[in-house]
Design a protein around this ligand. Structure first.
Ligand code: FAQ
Length: 336
């Protein structure tokens, strides 16, 4: 399910493998490409190439997994929020993220896979989720920084997906982006409060959190365009509208100004405005760290996956009870 392999392959010259397609399929694909070129949205019941379906399933399910794994680093702080107001905001944010996971799993289900299959892929380590959630949240300032930077990066990436060619995904993203916007603002506001009304120690805590989250946030956008195997086809199909590097650059340019307002320093000595490009230059990103985290070797990968698997196992009785309840209320049962 998560590979990009085509189902029907024929060996041609040398070792190259090419999909076998009937004339009818070729026609359908031409019609599909024309719809994409015309900017049409594709609905669940429309014909679509198998590879388009697989690419969407991969991206939407990874996105759904990211939302529910993303609840864990924040859940860590619910019992330690400094005031009742902050605790309520944090709880609401975490609940929103559960909701985003549900919209996204529902959108992925329209492509013909079950939620159980997707969750099984997550629990067995076959499916990915965003690298960012494999970093620890060490202090209360991390909660503000996750809101400001992680949600900020998420919005930058997700706004263009509101125009994704697959309509159920695009519709889910519209609501998600509205809520992410609130998440980003509450994070910025929490940090601003600490920077403007806090003690010297609290300001240092904010700077330390920004130092730890900055580079992993830049990695959230994915590998550089030249090393992104999925980008070209996803852009062709209108699944992705803006490239990894372009989104990363837009995020940097927007965040530099916000950092000035906050009074924090972004931890990159090479970050500077380039008058000619009208964009900021930045220092090199440690892609070896990114791939290690994506490959399962980040600071919290085992803890995060372990927590998800435990939640699934501990919830078995709830699922069984819900099924038993649903069976009791089926029309056949009521008639008996
Ligand atoms: N982490 O060829 P590309 C959030 C993988 S939600 C892990 O460029 P693509 C809300 C990629 O899957 C955050 N893996 O791939 C929140 C591929 O592997 P595959 C999640 C990554 O798909 C906030 C390989 O590298 N957002 O934060 C990452 O064209 C706060 C090659 O990469 C989304 O999922 C990564 N960062 O572009 C919640 C948005 N980057 O699958 C709680 C939707 C790349 O071939 C608290 N997704 N990889 O084995 C996307 O826009 C795209 O999927 C990209 C990757 C841009 C993430």
């Amino acid at each position: 399910m998560y590979t990009q392999a085509m189902d029907t392959l024929a060996r041609e010259s040398g070792d190259a493998l090419k999909p076998v397609r009937s004339t009818e399929e070729k026609l359908l694909e031409e019609r599909f490409d024309a719809r994409i070129d015309a900017g049409d949205f594709i609905e669940a019941k429309d014909w679509m190439p198998a590879h388009y379906r697989k690419t969407l399933l991969r991206q939407i399910s990874q996105h759904a997994h990211s939302e529910i794994v993303g609840m864990l680093p924040e859940g860590n702080w619910v019992t330690r929020a400094p005031t009742l107001k902050r605790k309520l905001i944090l709880l609401a944010k975490i609940q929103d993220e559960a909701g985003h996971g549900l919209y996204l799993y529902s959108a992925a289900e329209t492509l013909g896979t079950s939620r159980d299959q997707m969750l099984n892929a997550l629990h067995t380590g076959k499916a990915k989720y965003s690298s960012i959630f494999n970093y620890p949240t060490l202090t209360w300032a991390d909660m503000g920084t996750v809101g400001w930077l992680v949600d900020g990066a998420a919005i930058m990436n997700q706004v263009p997906i509101c125009r994704c060619s697959y309509a159920p995904y695009a519709r889910a993203m519209i609501r998600i982006c509205r809520e992410e916007s609130f998440h980003q603002r509450q994070g910025f506001e929490a940090l601003l409060t600490m920077m403007q009304q806090g003690t010297e120690a609290q300001r240092a805590m904010v700077q330390d959190a920004v130092n730890r989250w900055w580079w992993p946030c830049l990695m959230m956008f994915g590998p550089p365009d030249a090393e992104s195997p999925n980008s070209a086809q996803s852009m062709r199909w209108g699944i992705k509208r803006v490239s990894n590097d372009e989104l990363r650059q837009k995020f940097i340019d927007a965040t530099v100004e916000q950092a000035k307002l906050l009074g924090v320093t972004l931890p990159d000595p090479e970050l500077k405005w380039n008058e000619e490009r009208q964009q900021h230059d930045h220092g090199p990103i440690d892609w070896a760290e990114f791939w290690a985290v994506v490959g399962g070797d980040g600071p919290c990968n085992q803890e995060r996956l372990g927590a998800r698997v435990k939640a699934w196992d501990d919830g078995a009785w709830v699922r069984e009870a819900a099924l038993a309840h649903a069976r009791k209320h089926t029309p056949q049962q009521q008639a008996a």
